[in-house]
Structure formats: structure tokens, C-alpha cells
Design a protein around this ligand. Structure first.
Ligand SMILES: [Zn+2]
Length: 76
């Protein structure tokens, strides 16, 4: 199941797992405020929980590391 990141004006960023067949979330599940889905593919990846903010590094070393993190991320 893919996970999506949203930004809530009150709670900040959060991640939620959704089925592809489900539509995008319109409201924050915590406070009910309208939320926006964040587009994370290719354009800067944020790994929540790791305190690790990635923008646009392109070294092969970085890519290997990002792959590992992504793998761990998708398994959780
Ligand atoms: Zn909220």
C-alpha cells in the first residue's frame, strides 16, 4: 500500500497509508482541517522520523543511501 504525505495547517506534515483506489484525503484525520497532499516524487524527499532532509544531492554515494532508506521506509 503506498503512503502519501500531507500537510495540515495545524498539525504539520503527516504520512498516511492509502489504497490507490481511495481518493486523496481532504481533511486532517486529527483535527479536520483541510489538508494538501505533498508531491514527493523526485523533487526532494523527506524522510519523516529520521531527521534527515534531502534536497537534491546527486552523488552515487547519496543515491545508494537514499535507496536503503527508501527500502526501510516502504517496509514500515
Ligand atoms: Zn490537523
Amino acid at each position: 500500500m503506498p503512503s502519501y504525505e500531507y500537510r495540515c495547517p495545524k498539525c504539520g506534515k503527516f504520512e498516511i497509508f492509502q489504497r490507490i483506489t481511495e481518493g486523496p484525503l481532504a481533511k486532517c484525520p486529527t483535527c479536520g482541517a483541510p489538508v494538501k497532499r505533498l508531491i514527493t516524487q523526485n523533487a526532494g524527499i523527506i524522510f519523516k522520523g529520521s531527521g534527515f532532509y534531502v534536497t537534491d544531492h546527486r552523488s552515487s554515494d547519496y543515491k545508494e543511501k537514499a535507496k536503503e532508506v527508501e527500502k526501510a521506509h516502504s517496509q514500515s
